[in-house]
Design a protein around this ligand. Structure first.
Ligand code: GDP
Length: 445
C-alpha cells in the first residue's frame, strides 16, 4: 500500500444540492486545514468556508468533518468536505487539492481497498458495499445490506475457525507425537470435519438464489405467434419498469427487458413464437426460444384464448416452472376460453392485455412464483461465483480428508480447505493458525 493521501468525490458529478469529497491518508488533516482555515473537532460537523490556499479565493461554503485514524472509514485519517454540487465548485476544489503536497486522486475502489487492508472490512463486506450501490430492487438492497454487515463473512469465518481448531490438533499430532494426545481425538476431529462438510454442502445447495438476486431471475415468455407475448412484455414493462429500458438480446428474435417484479429483479425474455415451421429462419427462432425456455427459471406461457387448436404445440412446455396465461379474453366467448383451464396443473391466469383485465392477478401470481424461487431471506446467500468456487474447493478437500491416509496428507487437505475459506473473506495467513496452536495447546512453552 502506498502512503499517498487520496481524494475523490463520493457523489456523482453534475448538478446536485450537495457534493461530498473525501480524503484519506496522512495528509488529509493538513489538506483540510489548508482549505477550511482550521481543523474541525474530530467527528463534529464544522460549518466553514473553503478557500483555495494558493490565493485565498473562496470556493464555497459548506461542512467539514474530520475522522482521525483509526476510527474512520478507511482506518486512516479521513476528511470530508461537503459543498454544493456544481461542476465549477467541484473543479475548483479538485484543482486546489491537486496543488497540495502528498495528495493524489483516488483510484476506483481505493477507499474500500484501504479499509480492507486496514482490517475495517473483509472482502465479502467490501463486495456488499459494491452490491448495495448497484442494487436496483428491494430484495437486492436487503441482500447487499446483510452482506455489508458481515453476515456472510461471519458464516465463512465461523467454518474457517472450526477448521483451524481441527487443523491445529492434527498438526500438533504430527509435530509432537509424544505429547500423549487423547486417543479418541482423531475420531472426534473426523466427526467434526464431516459435520462442517455437511453444513457447507447444505449451504451450497441453494439453487443459486444469491447469484440470481444479483443478476435477476430469468423468465422466458413463450407461446404461439400472435398470442400477445410482445404486448404482454410491453404491458408488464410499462407498469413495472424500474430498472432499464428494453435492450435487444444477443439474437434478433429474443428481446430482454429487465424489470422489478414484487421487489425482485427479473429479466423477461420475449421469444419467437412456438410453432412447427418449414421456414429456416423461423425454425431457428423457435429453436432459440426452446433453448431459452430450458434455461429459464420460470416460463410465462401465453396462449390465445380464442385458439384452442394451438393447444398441442404447448403442452410440452407446461410444467411446474410454467405460469400459463390465457390472453385476449376480451375476444373469447366463455366456452372458447374454457379449454385453457385444462392446460397444466395450475389454472391459467385469464387476461386481456388490450383491456388490462386480469393484469393485477397475473402480477400477484408472478410475484408469488418469483418470491418462492428466491426463497426465504433468512440465511446469507452466496452472491458470487468466487464464493461458491471456494466453498466447493473446501468441501472437496474435506471429502478427501478421511481417505488421505498419512497424517501429513490429511493435514494438507485440511490446510487447503482452510485456505479456500480464508480466500472468501480475504483473511488468509498462518498467523491465526499459530495463535490457535499456542492458545489451545500451550506446547513446549
Ligand atoms: P406475439 O406474436 O405473441 O408477440 O403477439 P403480439 O403481442 O405481437 O400480438 C399479436 C396481436 O394480438 C397484436 O395485433 C396485438 O395487438 C393483439 N393482442 C394482444 N393482446 C391482445 C388482447 O388481449 N386482446 C386483443 N383483442 N388483442 C390482443
Amino acid at each position: 500500500m502506498d502512503d499517498a493521501t487520496i481524494y475523490a468525490f463520493a457523489t456523482a458529478p453534475g448538478r446536485a444540492g450537495v457534493a461530498l469529497l473525501r480524503l484519506s491518508g496522512p495528509h488529509a488533516a493538513a489538506a483540510l486545514r489548508a482549505l477550511a482555515g482550521r481543523l474541525p473537532t474530530p467527528r463534529r460537523a464544522l460549518v466553514t468556508r473553503f478557500s483555495d490556499p494558493r490565493n485565498g479565493e473562496l470556493i464555497d461554503r459548506g461542512i467539514a468533518l474530520y475522522f482521525p485514524a483509526p476510527h474512520s472509514l478507511t482506518g486512516e485519517d479521513v476528511a470530508e468536505i461537503h459543498v454544493h454540487g456544481g461542476r465549477a465548485v467541484a473543479a475548483a476544489l479538485l484543482e486546489a487539492l491537486a496543488a497540495q503536497p502528498g495528495l493524489r486522486l483516488a483510484e476506483p475502489g481505493e477507499f474500500s481497498r484501504r479499509a480492507f487492508l486496514n482490517g475495517k472490512l473483509d472482502l465479502t463486506e467490501a463486495e456488499g458495499i459494491a452490491d448495495l450501490v448497484a442494487a436496483e430492487t428491494a430484495a437486492q438492497r436487503r441482500q447487499a445490506l446483510r452482506q455489508m454487515a458481515g453476515e456472510a463473512g461471519r458464516l465463512y469465518e465461523g467454518w474457517r475457525a472450526r477448521l483451524l481448531r481441527a487443523q491445529a490438533r492434527v498438526e500438533a499430532e504430527i509435530d509432537f507425537p509424544d505429547e500423549g494426545l487423547p486417543a479418541d481425538l482423531a475420531a472426534a476431529v473426523a466427526t467434526q470435519l464431516s459435520e462442517i462438510k455437511g453444513e457447507i454442502t447444505t449451504f451450497l445447495a441453494d439453487n443459486h438464489r444469491g447469484e440470481r438476486l444479483r443478476d435477476g431471475l430469468a423468465i422466458a415468455v413463450l407461446g404461439p405467434p400472435n398470442a400477445g407475448k410482445s404486448s404482454l412484455v410491453n404491458a408488464l414493462a410499462r407498469r413495472d419498469v424500474a430498472i432499464t429500458a428494453a435492450t435487444a438480446g444477443t439474437t434478433r428474435d429474443v428481446i430482454e427487458v429487465a424489470l422489478d417484479l414484487a421487489g425482485f429483479p427479473v429479466t423477461l425474455a420475449d421469444t419467437a413464437g412456438l410453432r412447427d415451421s418449414s421456414d429456416a429462419i423461423e425454425e431457428e427462432g423457435v429453436r432459440r426460444a426452446r433453448a431459452r425456455a430450458a434455461s429459464a427459471d420460470l416460463k410465462l406461457v401465453v396462449v390465445d384464448a380464442t385458439k384452442p387448436e394451438e393447444k398441442n404445440s404447448l403442452m410440452a412446455m407446461i410444467d411446474s416452472d410454467a405460469v400459463v396465461v390465457a390472453n385476449k379474453m376480451d375476444l373469447a366467448p366463455r366456452d372458447d376460453a374454457a379449454w385453457t383451464d385444462a392446460l397444466g396443473a395450475a389454472p391459467a391466469v385469464k387476461i386481456s392485455v388490450t383491456t388490462g383485465t386480469g393484469m393485477t392477478t397475473l402480477e400477484a401470481r408472478l410475484g408469488t412464483e418469483i418470491a418462492r424461487r428466491f426463497g426465504g431471506e433468512s440465511a446469507p446467500l452466496i452472491t458470487r461465483a468466487r464464493h461458491r468456487q471456494a466453498l466447493e474447493v473446501a468441501c472437496a478437500a474435506l471429502g478427501r480428508y478421511p481417505r488421505a491416509g498419512a497424517a501429513e496428507l490429511a493435514a494438507e487437505e485440511l490446510r487447503q480447505a482452510v485456505r479456500a475459506l480464508g480466500r472468501i473473506t480475504g483473511r488468509v495467513g498462518v498467523e491465526d493458525l499459530l495463535d490457535v496452536v499456542f492458545r489451545e495447546f500451550c506446547i513446549g512453552k
